[in-house]
Write a protein that binds this ligand. Structure first.
Ligand code: SF4
Length: 351
């Protein structure tokens, strides 16, 4: 249990660590407002890993960066919604209050470690600085802790390498150093946005193992943003599938992998080899988020689409199984979920 959790009240213990509700974010563009995230809801519990999954343009990075207001505003604008950490809405905090939360309770790891490190300072100095921003400790104590962190993230010969500069490390080692900086204040939540994408495959596996081990050690929650279902399988407890700014499906990793419910999730999995189904790609493109069509956002690409899929709003998230919900009319009143599960189309994609 982290120091923050130990200090939490009984009431707070009953709350999700992070609760995002109706998050809606727009960007002002030359063509008018573009709604990148539209009514997104999900929770992250203490110590668990939640993966936000979806193709480029699905809104996963905007969702993650809005939680700590890292998106540039303007052109970004939070239209509505809340992102509560232990019941306290981060979106209504001042920049000063948020700075105290970023790095301390919520830390970020981004795709490219190059941008997270300052190439003018040694890695030891940068980790020590990250520690001292959040804790009033002496240089000697901060150095000791920085060395411990370098050891924890698997930097060999940490005492010597403490005084090396970022350019003297490989990409994988740089990302480990970024993780060490993120752990400097023992955060309750690590937001990792495609943390392995810039790394080669063997190094990716090592970094995933590292994230898993530090999560256990720190009892830390992870919100992982990825388009890679292999990464999801490795780390996730729960999965939130996003498409065109909307949540299409939520569930435990077992539910979503064993019986993907939403047609979009099913196609995502059919892009993966080794699942005993013919490989296929997703035809078509994302809808224009400047002026999305009515109905289900996935309708123009959905082989099961029916007439009602092209009218009204995005279907609500209907119950599918224990913790699994899907935004699809086939799970609503009068729907026939078996038609989706059996791969039988009863609809007309063109409505
Ligand atoms: S069947 Fe309709 S509601 Fe369900 S995913 Fe396809 S288009 Fe969307």
């Amino acid at each position: 249990m982290s120091q923050h959790q130990r200090g939490a009240t009984e009431t707070q213990q009953e709350l999700s660590l992070l609760s995002v509700r109706d998050l809606t974010v727009e960007f002002e563009t030359d063509r008018g407002p573009l709604r990148a995230v539209d009514g997104v809801d999900f929770d992250v519990e203490r110590g668990e890993t939640v993966c936000l999954v979806g193709e480029s343009g699905s809104g996963k990075t905007v969702t993650a960066e809005t939680i700590t207001k890292l998106i540039r505003m303007p052109p970004g604008r939070i239209v509505r919604g809340v992102a509560e950490l232990d019941g306290r809405d981060l979106l209504s905090l001042s920049e000063r209050d948020l700075r105290a939360i970023r790095g301390d309770r919520i830390a970020h790891v981004f795709q490219d470690p190059q941008h997270a490190l300052n190439h003018c300072y040694t890695v030891g100095w940068q980790i020590r600085e990250a520690i001292q921003v959040h804790e009033d400790v002496s240089d000697a104590a901060a150095r000791e802790r920085a060395l411990t962190l370098l050891n924890q993230v698997g930097i060999p010969d940490a005492t010597t390498r403490y005084d090396d500069y970022p350019h003297e490390f490989s990409g994988g080692m740089k990302q480990r150093i970024v993780v060490a900086m993120a752990l400097a204040a023992t955060p309750d939540l690590l937001i990792a946005d495609e943390p392995t994408t810039a790394l080669d495959v063997t190094i990716q596996a090592q970094l995933l193992d590292l994230l898993e081990s530090i999560q256990t050690e720190y009892d830390m929650a992870i919100l992982l943003i990825t388009h890679d279902l292999g990464v999801v399988a490795e780390l996730a407890d729960r999965v939130v599938v996003l498409y065109a700014g909307k949540v299409m499906e939520r569930g435990s990793v077992y539910e979503v992998f064993d019986t993907p419910a939403h047609p979009y999730t099913q196609v995502l999995f059919d892009c993966l080899p080794g699942r005993g189904r013919p490989l296929r790609s997703i035809g078509g493109t994302l809808p224009d988020l400047h002026d999305p069509p009515p109905g289900c956002r996935f309708a123009s690409r959905c082989e099961y689409a029916r007439k009602e899929c092209h009218t009204g709003d995005q279907p609500p998230l209907y119950d599918v199984a224990d913790a699994q919900t899907a935004s699809c009319v086939y799970y609503g009143p009068g729907g026939d979920p078996d038609a989706l599960r059996n791969g039988q189309s009863e609809g007309d994609p063109d409505g």
